[in-house]
Structure formats: C-alpha cells, structure tokens
Design a protein around this ligand. Structure first.
Ligand code: NOJ
Ligand code: CA
Length: 696
C-alpha cells in the first residue's frame, strides 16, 4: 500500500519560551555546522548564517510591506523565543528514497512593534544539517485583517559574492522557466528564478529556494546591490503580490548548504519543510513508464490538429492502438495521447478559448481505446492543453476529469503554454486579466486542479507549471512536472539544449523536485537524412548528447513517471540499448549522488524499490558529462557488502562523441561486488548507464 506513514522514531520536544532580554537569538543545526543568528539590533529584524564558522549569508533584512497597513519593518523588537527540536522519520509513497529523516532544531521568534498598536509577527526557523528554512507567520490582529502584501523585505546577502559563481535562469521572462542555464559571476545574475545555485571560492555550495508555496506568490530573487538579493514576489495583474487575510504564513525561504556539489543533491530539506500527505490512502498513485503520441508532433511527422496540410493527425484510433501494442509488448504502463480533443486545428498556441476537454476528434475513439488498453494492461494517459486560458479549462474541469475517471485514466498531463505574464483568466465581472504562471492566482489554480484530480484518484503531470516547492509530499498525486527546458527543445532546435544542460539541471532545477524531461531519443537524425544513415557531421537540431547519455539520464533525472520519448520504430531498431529503458525502474528505495560538479558531470546510484514488478534488490547507476569527455572512478561501496551483482553496462563506445558519433555505444556485462571500483569513460556529452542485477 502506498501510504504516507509517519514513523516517528523519537520526537523530542523541548519548549522553552523566554521573555527575551538579549537582542540575538541563535539556533544551530543538529551537527553544529550551521549557525543562524536572528537579531533586532538594526531596528528591523535580520538574520545571518554561518557554515563551519564562516559566514555564508551576511546580515540580511526581514519584513513585509503592505498596501494599506504599516509595514512590518522598523521598530519591531523580539519579545518571545520558543525553541524545540525534532528527530523523526517518515515514509514517502514514492520518491528518491522511501524513508526520509527529519532532524532539525527549531526556533519561533515573535516580534512586536509597540508604536504600531503592538503589531506582531513571528519567524519560524528550522535548521537542519543540510540547510535552513524560515517563514513568516502572521497571527490574526485588529489592524491587519485583510492584507495586500506589496513586497517582502527578505534578503539573502551572499558573504562571498565577489568570488562566487551563480548558476541560474532569468525570472519574469516570456519563456517562464524554459531557459538555458547560465554560469556567471554573481553580479551578472540580476533577477533569477529559484532554485538558484551558488558556489563560493571555498567550494561551499548554496541553493536558495522556497518550500510549500501555497496561496502565496512565488519568490524570485533580485540583486539590489552587489551580492545582496531581495525576495521579489511575482505580482498579480494589478501589481499586488499577495492578497490574503490574517492569520497567514509565507512559504519557507530555504537555503541548502553543503561543502560540495553532491551535498545539495543528497538533501531532503525541501520535502521535510512540507506538510505530510493530506490525501490519505494514495495507493492509486502509480509510478511507471510511458510512451506516447508526442515526439512525432514535435518533429513534424504528425500534427496535433486534423487540418494540417503538411502532416497527418497523430491522435487517431489506429495510431493509438499501435502505441498500446508497443507498450504492452515491452512492459510500459501508459500511452500519452496529445491532440485527441477538439480545438487543436490552426495554431493551437492561440486556441485557449476554443479547446474542448470532453469532445474527441471523430477519428479518435476514446472509449474503444480505453477498453483496448485495459485488455492489454496499458492505461491511456490523458492530456489537457489549456494554451493558458485557465477560465476555459476551469469551466470544463469537472466534466473533463469525470470523463477520464470513467474511462479508467489514472494520469493526466496538463499544459499551460502561454507567454509569461499572459495567462488569461476572466474574473467574476467578466473582465480579462493577465497573470503570471508563478503568481498567487496561478499557484492556487494549479493546486485546485491537483485537488480535483485527487478526488477522482487521478495524478497530474503539469507542463508549463509553477516551479516545484515539494508539494508532492502533501499531494502525492502531483506526480511530476516540467518547469525547465525539456527534450522538446531538441526537436525544435530553438536552440537545442547544450551538452551541459542535464549536468546543470541536476544541480539546479532538480533540487526542486521531479521533472518530466522525457529522455530516451535514439534517432538523432530526424532533421537530416544523411545524418540518419551514417551519423556523420555536426547537426544542430537534435539532442546534443550521445545515445548512452540518453540512457543514463533515466537515472540522473528523477521522475516517478518517465517517458520513452522516441518513436516505437527507433527503439525496435536498437533493441539492445532499449533493454535498459525497459529495465530501469522509476521508484527508488534509496538514491545517492556519488560525484559531480555543477554543470560539468554527475553520477547517481539508486536502488530500486520493491514492488510487484521489481524485486527490490537491484541498483542502477547513471553518469553523464557536459561537452568534455572524462574518466570517472566510481567505488561500488554503495552495494551491499557480501552480495554479488552482474553489472550490465551501457557505455559510450571508444570512438563516441556527441557531434559526429553519438550512436557508438557498447554493452558489456561483468560480475562485481561492493569491493570493486569502476572506471567510467564518458565521451563528449556522453554517459554510462548501469544495472546492477543482484545474483544471490
Ligand atoms: C508543451 C508541453 O511541454 C509539450 O510536452 C506538449 O506537447 C505541448 N505543450 C502541447 O501540449
Ligand atoms: Ca513545455
């Protein structure tokens, strides 16, 4: 049963409430390496953070500014401090690891302004060994009933900004989160989305992000002075950031801190700061693998609509049966079908007003296909593209979800393709309002969709989402999402994702949660016949990886549902390599980032979780690199000692390189134990994927 059981091994709570005399409140991580100090000495609350006795965040202001009422800024004095600590373990219904440890020290600091009729707010902070989280908690009070937050004063002042590097994408851009990551000096990272990663001259790695973004605006970071970032909340159409009433709490502002790059990847901080599962029994949320009528549209082989003069309609009954047969034959759980419903004809980017979410095109017999799939043990995966008209979707949402529920559909991919700031909603007076994908309105809209889907035991894979902040813990049916440049950019070539993209995603976007990247492109020559035949010549509009790197990406890029994105015939042409995609699970007992540097390379080992299909004994490894070929030594000491495994290794061939020899791969098998060390040889933009099959 997939439930979110809370096994509290020991929850020790010591509450010390002190009327405070001192102006400083300190709280350290359980291992003592991280120390956070809050202070009211500057007349406005502030905090700083030390890691191993060195400042990583210098004094940084805290506070909120309201449209109507006086700001929570100057004049607030700490009046009460409550400290506690927690050690517990909880279980994920699905995830990178089954059991998560939550070990932290907590402090709640209340601050009062006597000049403002004793206006009061609190900061709740939790300090873990892998970083900190803090949030504003504002109780009900007379002068602050209905409030409109116009800005947050929260700062993050990087102590070593001068010598640090930033890994980032721009915020508030037209393409939402779908930008190539930048690696620059900090001063060039002016206005960025979170999670954003920093590396200091001492090799300290920081990731600033937020957890549990609910009924609030997303936080972006704006560099107001060199190294000093201030929270910049994405506004509503009218410029207000957050419309709410007391009592309310902000999302957690998080800083993950590690002394190397992989330390960021082995952190559970974001999940630990989210609320436990609210959905009860979620045994109906099923990780798995899928194929779909998808890539053929992106490479213009088929069309979403029915009237395209250049390509046939992809979502036909016949074509879907072909995919269902393929899925059944090779053990896939689902078939995604895009372009099945009325509204795609013409340029669908502009069709947000006309999409029907219940009417299928006549050449797509949805009932027959659901039955056909059921007979073969394959689920249809639903698709709702809104083109950003969320009112049109909202008006049909109940019926649309009911339809899929009746057909036995368990997962739906949603889409919100619209430029940033151009989500169209129609307010209760009938007036069109334009919103951001990460403003408070959309934060609530996405979650509404998740809750409605949950009522029908349906899981959602959101494309063009708001960024992930760990809400999958609370709503395990929010199974994955996009929220970065995925494989689709390699089809369009606008431009394709560069070789460093995946090793960059691993240390940035992936820190927020699972991503539906859709790996597994085997035919890199879809834009060029010559390349298709002999693999020669640098071709731009295609994945800039080797084939082995496509395989390794299944292990590196975590998602509980993974697509095999290419066309069936391209897998059948390379059955030996396809075997890895067939074997690799998507749900893990344990995950360990073994090695890596931001944007350069990364090595993950993951142990499969025991399910009906998987014994729970095998391990998998994925290693990938950027444009540089490299050799990486990997100690297999993560394997259980005394056990024998067969390593099934899918690696770059000796002559492989992504530019003109991406198909050179080699598959070998050898016996290994935890005593062994493997030397992985990765080609330029290459990879190694390994299944360690348990032998005894
Ligand atoms: C954008 C999604 O990311 C992509 O996967 C999908 O095919 C299109 N929207 C059409 O819905
Ligand atoms: Ca997209």
């Amino acid at each position: 049963m997939r439930t979110n059981i809370m096994i509290t091994i020991s929850t020790l709570l010591s509450l010390i409430a002190t009327p405070v005399l001192s102006k400083e409140v300190k709280v350290t991580s359980p291992n003592g390496e991280i120390k956070v100090t809050f202070s009211d000495e500057q007349d406005q609350l502030s905090y700083n953070v030390e890691f191993n006795n060195q400042s990583v965040i210098d004094d940084s202001a805290l506070g909120l500014v309201f449209k109507e009422q006086a700001a929570f800024a100057d004049g607030f004095k700490i009046t009460k401090v409550e400290k506690s600590f927690n050690y517990s373990k909880w279980e994920q219904p699905w995830g990178e690891r089954r059991v998560v440890e939550d070990n932290h020290n907590e402090v709640i600091i209340s601050a009062v302004n006597a000049e403002l009729n004793n206006a009061i707010y609190s900061i709740r902070a939790r300090v873990f060994d892998d970083g900190i989280g803090f949030r504003y908690e504002v109780p009900k009070q007379d002068n602050y009933k209905q409030v409109e937050i116009v800005k947050e004063l929260t700062e993050f002042t990087l102590a070593d900004a001068q010598n640090s590097k930033a890994f980032w994408i721009p915020a508030r851009g037209w393409n939402r989160y779908e930008y190539v990551y930048n690696e620059t000096p900090v001063y060039e990272a002016q206005h960025v989305h979170t999670p954003v990663t920093f590396k200091t001259s001492n090799n300290v790695h920081l990731s600033i992000h937020e957890a549990a973004l609910v009924d609030y605006a997303a936080m972006t970071l704006n560099q107001r002075r060199p190294g000093k970032y201030i929270a910049d909340l994405t506004p509503w159409y009218d410029g207000i950031a957050v419309k709410t009433q007391t009592s309310f709490k902000s999302p957690w502002r998080t800083i993950q801190i590690a002394d190397d790059a992989t330390g960021l990847l082995n952190s559970d901080l974001i999940l630990n700061l989210n609320e436990p599962n609210k959905l009860g029994d979620v045994s109906w949320v099923n990780p798995g693998k899928y194929v779909g009528i998808w890539w053929e549209m992106h490479i213009n082989k088929a069309a979403w609509g029915t009237t395209d003069p250049n390509a046939p309609h992809g979502a036909t009954t016949e074509n879907t049966k072909k995919y269902i047969d393929f899925a059944a034959k090779y053990g896939f759980d689902g078939v995604l079908v895009e372009g099945w419903n009325e509204g795609w004809d013409g340029d669908w980017f502009f069709n947000g007003d006309v999409f029907s979410f219940t009417k299928n095109y006549p050449d797509f017999d949805i009932k027959q296909l659901a039955d056909y799939g059921a007979k073969k043990g394959v689920k249809l995966i639903g698709h709702h593209e809104t083109s950003g008209n969320v009112t049109n979707y909202r008006n049909q949402m109940q019926d649309a979800l009911d339809l899929y529920q009746d057909l036995g559909v368990e997962q739906i991919k949603t889409g919100y393709v619209a430029d940033g700031g151009n989500i169209k909603r129609i307010d209760d007076k009938g007036i069109v309002r334009k919103e951001w994908h990460d403003g408070q309105f959309m934060v609530n809209e996405y979650l509404f969709n998740i809750e409605e889907a949950a009522k029908r035991k349906i899981s959602i894979n959101t494309h063009e989402p708001v960024k992930d902040t760990g809400l999958r813990r609370t709503y395990p049916n929010w199974i994955t999402r996009e929220g970065a440049r995925g494989q689709e950019f390699n089809a369009w070539g606008t431009p394709p994702n560069p070789p460093e993209h995946i090793p960059m995603l691993a240390f940035t976007r992936m820190l927020s949660g699972p991503m539906d990247f859709t790996p597994g492109i085997f035919d890199m020559g879809f834009r060029d016949q010559n390349f298709q035949q002999n693999g020669q010549g640098a071709k731009i509009n295609r994945p800039q990886t080797t084939l082995a790197k496509q395989l390794a990406s299944y292990v590196v890029l975590y998602s509980p549902i993974q697509m095999a994105a290419d066309l069936p015939e391209n897998y059948e042409a390379k059955m030996d390599a396809f075997q890895f995609i067939r074997d690799v699970p998507t749900d893990w007992e344990q995950s360990i980032a073994l090695d890596g540097e931001v944007g350069d390379f990364v090595v993950f080992a993951r142990k499969e979780r025991k399910t009906e299909r998987y014994s729970g004994h095998d391990w998998y490894l994925g290693a990938i690199t950027n444009e540089d070929a490299r050799e990486i030594e990997v100690s297999l000491d993560f394997l259980e000692s005394g056990k024998r495994f067969e390593a099934q290794i899918y690696r770059d061939g000796d002559k492989a390189n992504w530019i003109n020899n991406p198909y050179d791969y080699f598959i070998e098998k050898k016996p290994v134990t935890s005593e062994d060390v493997l030397t992985l040889k990765l080609a330029t933009s290459g990879g190694t994927a390994i299944r360690f099959k348990a032998l005894n």
